[in-house]
Ligand binder design. Structure first.
Ligand SMILES: C[S@@+](CC[C@H](N)C(=O)[O-])C[C@H]1O[C@@H](n2cnc3c(N)ncnc32)[C@H](O)[C@@H]1O
Length: 259
């Protein structure tokens, strides 16, 4: 916790808004997407989705694959507590929706479905996109699947798998993951492993979003390695997320932006 507070103070010191951003690509993204104040009708679907989970006090047996929970001591967990602690916040879900809406990727890969809060934002951002979402815990993904069906989100393929198994064995290519949301195992090794496994899929239009880049020293180390990778050009640190672009026409440049 102390680590995150220090990181956040550092972020506040270095971060800026659109002023002083000289890259037209990033300036447009910040002004037309991050700071887009339009009240999209999809926000009410996201809100309903979140509220119905937050009101659900049923418990499920969870299989934990991640870097370990800092909150839960037992694997029998109430759905509303999972939604509160592991799921994306409503403000972030709205931003994720806007990012997908802005870039209109044809395909999206989410690594870490949990209860599908972010999945619903990814799906609503472009209803014509093909979404694949990966989750190791069968009970959790089954709730996400039901919940998305209730909201008529029909462009999602739910895959119950260990990330390593799926990413190591499957034949993902550029057509499957124009935008990737990495929100699973928040450890340095796993983050860098997934980064390397998915590198063959990149195109000029790829957008990769890494969640919780300041969660730990380990994750900050992973973020530094990703930023410095020769294939990576522009990166944006929004504190919660590290957003990565591979656009060859862009100079290598790292932005720290309040989103
Ligand atoms: C932080 S949660 C995802 C939250 C979700 N994206 C959202 O915003 O609502 C991470 C999920 O990844 C799953 N997970 C972590 N490591 C995994 C692994 N190695 N294989 C499969 N699933 C894993 C966990 O079970 C957990 O549900």
């Amino acid at each position: 916790m102390l680590f995150q507070i220090k990181s956040y103070i550092n972020f506040l010191w270095y971060s800026k808004n659109q002023h002083g951003v000289h890259s037209p690509f990033v300036f447009d993204l910040v002004t037309k997407c991050f700071y887009d104040k339009k009240n999209y009708p999809e926000y009410s679907i996201l809100k309903n989705y979140g509220n119905s989970l937050l009101e659900n006090k049923n418990t499920i047996e969870v299989t934990d694959f991640g870097a370990g929970s800092r909150v839960f001591k037992s694997n029998t967990r109430a759905i509303n507590q999972i939604a509160k602690n592991a799921g994306i916040s409503s403000k972030r879900a709205a931003l994720l929706f806007r990012i997908v809406h802005y870039f209109q990727p044809k395909s999206v890969l989410e690594i870490g479905t949990s209860l599908g809060l972010a999945t619903s934002a990814l799906s609503l951002g472009n209803k014509n996109a093909k979404i694949i979402t990966l989750e190791g815990c069968p009970n959790t993904i089954s709730i996400a699947k039901n919940q998305c069906e209730l909201q008529n989100l029909n462009n999602i393929k739910f895959v119950n798998t260990k990330f390593e198994d799926y990413l190591g064995n499957c034949q993902l290519n550029t057509e499957h993951c124009q935008l990737i949301y990495f929100d699973g195992n928040h450890s340095k090794k796993a983050t860098l492993d997934y980064f390397e496994l998915l590198l063959p899929t990149i195109t000029n239009d790829s957008v990769w979003i890494f969640d919780d880049i300041h969660w730990s020293k380990d994750m900050e180390d992973a973020w530094e390695i990703i930023k410095n990778h020769p294939k990576v050009t522009v990166t944006i640190d929004t504190f919660q997320w590290g957003i990565v672009f591979f656009r060859i026409e862009q100079e290598k440049e790292h932005f720290v932006i309040r989103a």
